[in-house]
Design a protein around this ligand. Structure first.
Ligand code: LUZ
Ligand code: MOS
Length: 750
């Protein structure tokens, strides 16, 4: 099935927050953010701004009727700074005016005096000074301390990875307006409708039932709207509540880039020990996560880093510690992969370091250590249906890795100014929110009298195609045409208490809830059908919109069935609830079974470096991916392609740059480079590993959102190998992103 939104997307008809027709008298908001990264507010002078013609009102923390607190996991983040500011762009005031231009003009008229305090942007410096967001956490297995003396080889190193700007095409935004009885409706560009509802209720000091959140779709999110859409919805809601007028905010790109958090940069130390036959016997790493000025989702992201710090490998002795460091940057947040890419980059770096020192190819070590069926991850869960070995073998078969290596060697021996490099990136990603209670969802299904359906779930469409998958689920249960089914917006009055659409679990959780609702309705309809045909329940089923009796088509159509059921006063509405079974985790022991299943895959990344200029082109990414039994290969392949490109961007060209004073220098698209059509790999081959798929995946089709991003990590090592064949003096180092500038310096490093 094609993505139901494709046509409207390419013709510009899809409606986003900024496209919603506004009501008469709608006011427009703009945010005054802190001009300094750290300091005490001595004086805030709003008089000039307030007297600007067209400014309706300016709100600060003093106007908040409820609590000035938007922190989710930890309550450590104010909606508006009260006495201190902690990052540049830290919201201080919200200006509401008759149009956007005036609101933005007024921002410039606000005068503030800040007594500056020391600015820290480096996570290691923050950790040394004791500025931690939460206490550090350690995962371990076996005993690394005892193991080092038994290792044949030991290598140590340091790894840096940069952050990443989400660059959703639709910036953060919200449109709020009063509805009946003192309630408020908010259209928010959020991945977490319930989170927005809950925090807005907290800020306004009113019950959740007085706030209705509605989300049609997002123009991209990538994690950036899991937590951070909330602030903007709360600001619009606050102004709406106090003025009783519609209020809209849609961030300017420059403000969005400056104010919002990004993927976490990490700085890490590692130590890896191997046996003579290249088995990894021990692995230790300490990672310093740059959390920014408040917790946001950092504790959960730290947790996912810990879970993924051994990637696809079985390592009997591990010790992994993550410090979440408080710095004067915008609070860093969820980004596709959610800490896992950072952890996986470190273990892959450790392996690359060992390979480089031992003068062997990285694959030799990778292959020796793939986790096997029923070996344990360091957090206690067994690798059931571990498909990494199958993926790797399929990649060897399908793409002939030896031949690729030979061709690269040949190319490199014949060319002096161009060098090629390749690398294999295996991945393993755990599916489920690591916080077990979040793994639940609900759906609401109405069958209307004419046989058409309206379905609602808690899933949010952000371009990933979840709505299309939801329609497929309902169509498959009833065996009816997808055209009969309409998916409604995600709305908290229809489906309550939703988890954010995140953790790659949107389709699994909401699709299973929807399936449960549809199956319950189907059972009722089968009863009606049996009654119509005067036969046993077991004799009837529905196929292609027709009632089948004992395998034979009858005259009864879907429409007749529904009409009869309605006249017979059968309930044609159903609610489904799903909670992922079997998962659990004990934080006191750091062990359990946190994931419903794992997604595996292997990619081969090849690159050509122009050794005069330091520029490069990715020739190929060849992938064997474990989709399970993909329910929509067009959508799933699209997710793989997008993920690969986003991962390569993170590893190679997307370089966030902050000045010492905490100012974001790469604050626009002229200074922050994302992959464009010219820089994507020339070719992406995707081969599906043929498997049945796990029972806990929706229709045995595995979660797809995040895992493929990590294929892009291979880009770093492919580049390093190409540099090395030009410059044998280059000793591999780990400092992503490996931008063309950095490549050039390494090509000519003595
Ligand atoms: N969000 C979250 C996530 O709250 N918990 C998770 O485990 C997670 N994993 C990936 C992406 N977002
Ligand atoms: Mo996400 S990083 O699944 O919001």
């Amino acid at each position: 099935m094609k993505n139901i939104d494709s046509k409207n997307h390419v013709t510009g008809k899809s409606v986003y927050v900024d496209d919603i027709p506004v009501q008469n008298g709608t006011l427009h908001g703009a945010i005054f953010g802190s001009p300094k990264a750290h300091g005490k507010i001595i004086n805030l002078d709003l008089t000039d701004a307030e007297s600007l013609d067209g400014v309706e009102q300016i709100f600060t923390f003093k106007d908040i009727p409820g609590r000035n607190q938007i922190g989710g996991i930890i309550e450590d983040e104010q909606l508006f700074a009260e006495n201190e500011v902690h990052f540049i762009g830290h919201p201080i005031a919200f200006i509401v005016a008759i149009n956007e231009d005036i609101a933005r003009k007024a921002v410039k008229l606000i005068n503030i005096k800040i007594d500056e305090l020391k600015v820290i942007t480096d996570p290691r410096e923050a950790q040394k000074k004791g500025h931690l967001l939460i206490p550090p956490r350690t995962f371990k297995m076996g005993n690394v301390e005892n193991e080092w003396s038994k290792c044949e080889y030991i290598f140590e190193g340091k790894v840096e990875n940069g952050g990443q700007e989400h660059l959703y095409i639709e910036t953060q935004g919200s449109y709020a307006y009063p509805i009946d009885n003192g309630s408020i409706k908010i259209h928010s560009s959020t991945q977490g409708a319930t989170l927005v509802q809950k925090i807005a209720a907290r800020v306004l000091g009113i019950p959740m039932h007085r706030i209705e959140i509605d989300v049609a779709r997002l123009g991209g999110a990538f994690g950036g709207k899991e937590d951070q859409a909330t602030a903007y919805a709360c600001m619009a809601a606050l102004a709406t509540y106090l003025l009783q007028k519609p209020v809209k905010i849609s961030l300017h790109r420059l403000d969005d880039m400056q104010m919002t958090g990004k993927r976490h940069p990490y700085s890490s130390d590692f130590k890896i020990g191997l046996s003579k036959d290249y088995k990894i016997k021990a692995f230790q790493t300490t990672m310093y996560q740059n959390g920014g000025a408040a917790n946001d989702l950092s504790p959960a992201i730290m947790e996912r880093t810990l879970f993924h710090s051994t990637n696809v490998y079985y390592i009997p002795n591990t010790k992994v510690t993550v410090y979440s460091c408080k710095t004067n940057l915008p609070p860093n947040t969820a980004f596709r992969g959610f800490g896992a890419p950072q952890g996986m980059f470190v273990i892959e770096s450790a392996i690359a370091k060992a390979a480089s020192e031992l003068n062997i190819s990285k694959q030799i070590i990778q292959k020796q250590n793939f986790i096997k069926e029923n070996e344990r991850f360091q957090y206690g869960q067994l690798a059931e249906n571990s498909n990494i070995i199958h993926c790797y073998q399929a990649a060897e078969r399908t793409y002939n890795i030896d031949q690729i290596e030979q061709e690269i060697e040949e190319f490199n021996s014949k060319n002096s100014n161009y060098k090629k490099g390749m690398s294999i990136m295996p991945i393993c990603f755990g599916i489920s929110f690591t916080k077990t209670p979040m793994n639940q969802a609900r759906a609401l299904v109405h069958i209307y009298q004419d046989g058409s359906l309206g379905i609602s779930t808690g899933a949010i469409e952000m371009g990933q195609g979840v709505n299309t998958k939801m329609i497929q689920v309902a169509a498959s249960v009833f065996s009816i045409n997808t055209k009969r089914i309409k998916i409604e917006s995600t709305n908290t009055t229809r489906v309550a208490n939703t988890s954010p659409t995140a953790a790659s679990s949107g389709a699994d959780l909401n699709g299973n809830a929807l399936r449960i609702a549809c199956i319950a309705l189907l059972e009722r309809l089968i009863k009606t059908a049996a009654k119509m045909l005067s036969c046993e329940l077991s004799e009837v089923r529905i196929k292609n919109e027709t009632i089948i009796r004992n395998g034979e088509k009858t005259e009864v159509t879907w429409e007749q069935l529904i009409e009869t059921a309605f006249l017979d006063r059968v309930c044609l509405t159903e609610n489904g609830h799903y909670a992922t079974p079997i998962i659990h985790f004990d934080k006191t022991k750091e062990t359990g079974h946190p994931f419903a299943y794992h997604v595996y895959g292997a990619s081969i990344v090849t690159v050509t470096v122009d050794c005069i200029r330091g520029t490069y082109e990715f020739d190929n990414v060849k992938i064997v991916h474990d989709f399970g039994n993909s329910m929509n290969s067009t959508i799933d392949n699209g997710q793989v392609e997008g993920g690969v490109v986003q991962g390569i961007g993170w590893m190679t060209m997307e370089e966030l740059s902050f000045a010492k004073d905490g100012r974001l220098l790469s604050n626009s698209l002229s200074t922050y480079k994302v992959p464009d059509i010219y820089s994507v790999p020339k070719n992406i081959d995707i081969t599906a590993l043929k498997t049945e798929g796990p029972e806990l995946a929706l229709l045995r089709s595995k979660a797809i959102g995040e895992p493929p991003l990590m294929y892009g990590i291979g880009a770093y090592f492919a580049l390093a190998n190409a540099i090395n064949s030009f410059n044998p003096n280059y000793k591999i180092d780990f400092d992503a992103p490996l931008t063309p500038e950095k490549v050039l310096m390494r090509l000519y490093k003595e």
